[in-house]
Design a protein. Sequence first.
Length: 157
Amino acid sequence: MNVRLYILSALMCCALLTSAVRAEEVHSAEGIITYREKVMDVLKYQSGAIGAILKNKLPYGDDVLVHAKGLQATSRLVAPSFKLKAMKDGGGARAEIWAQWDEYVAAAKVLEEAADRLVAAAETGDTKATAQAMRAVGGSCSSCHKPFRIKHANHRH
């Protein structure tokens, strides 16, 4: 009986191992793309909120730090959100993201570092330093979008 149980267990393990597929095959491209778009939306909205507060000199100075920390945390999700290759007609991701993965990750790291500097500036309460750090965040976005994003007239980001 022990031999039968052992054989059955071995066969089940083999079945599980052979049925395993890569993540790209398990998850829908639509779901992957939707997630990535949401990550980018968070960056856009956090940046927009900071920009609105600073540009309009709104009395929400303490909120700048909250938004900066949200942007900082979300910046860490940018490269991982593209790890699984998924593209769609009319989408914004260029194939170069995956063909030049190391360069893409390096560009995303520039955003992370800019977000770190933004948080540091926001913690001081110095609006000029915060605005300067915010411009650096925007520059990091542009430097990544130029080589890795397809610009469409109606593009969301």
